[in-house]
Design a protein around this ligand. Sequence first.
Ligand code: C2E
Ligand code: MG
Ligand code: MG
Ligand code: MG
Length: 282
Amino acid sequence: RAKSLGKSRYEVFATGMLKEAVERLQLESDIRQGIEAEEFLLYYQPIICLKTGRIAGFEALVRWQHHERGFMPPGLFIPLAEETGLIQPLGEWIFQQACHQAAQWQQQFPNYAALQMSINLSSSQFGQSNLIPILEQALKQAGLNGEAIKIEITESMVMGDVEAAIDLMLQIKSLGMKLSIDDFGTGYSSLSYLHRFPLDTLKVDRSFVSRMDESHEDSAIVQTIIALGQNMGMNIVAEGIEQDSQVQMLKALNCEYGQGYLFAKPLSSEAATDLLNQHPQW
Ligand code: C2E
Ligand code: MG
Ligand code: MG
Ligand code: MG
């Protein structure tokens, strides 16, 4: 009796594992086909200058219009794309698409000449040997100047082999592109290395910003991060702003830029273009 119970449990377990493995394989092959079938698309979330209330740039955020599952956020496929190496072809497409969109907006909106397009890089892309030629090619194809692009990296990506990371960051900078450190405060940065990185922008993680008005500790952390970044000559972007009270506090802390649902959610290319046409000022 115990034996048969054990066996059936084992079968349930094995079936569950098998199901999961099959689903992963399916998803992996779907990503491959999705790239071919152009099921991926970029959304764009505005980054606002808190002083002027004007749009300073956009962050490109990938979405997947899956033929069966429908609209999928990156949290559901980026980790698998990373593990399987599929992030490399997908990432290449993301660079091309984001550069193309940036070039198009530059032509269409001369009064937004300094608009910057931020593009997320994942860790396996950061280690990819042909990253620099791929970035260079994406700029060239779009006829775009490097200054229009800002590459977002995270703390964990640069804290392993620090010298190699600095070298790669300098190569990205040599294309004219800007560099941003994303989700700052959630990783394990060594502050002693931070000043050696050629970073232009520091993005304060949403988790601190969202708790600013409830917790004195969190607002103190935000204040400290802003001061740290500014002392190192970086621009600061506060992520995940959802309330006006947060904007007021951030302005008082001299934070220059903000991003969050309060201003706009990530938008389709068409909706973001409409927004630029309206010249919004928050
Ligand atoms: P991230 O780079 O930190 O992007 C910001 C995320 O916060 C986005 O989620 C955005 O929609 C969300 N967000 C912005 N404002 C608010 C707010 O006010 N409230 C809340 N609750 N959320 C807000 P999304 O688009 O789901 O992307 C999640 C993560 O997936 C990104 O975090 C990034 O790490 C990754 N990712 C997205 N697109 C790409 C891509 O093109 N390439 C790579 N490698 N990673 C990407
Ligand atoms: Mg980002
Ligand atoms: Mg972020
Ligand atoms: Mg974040």
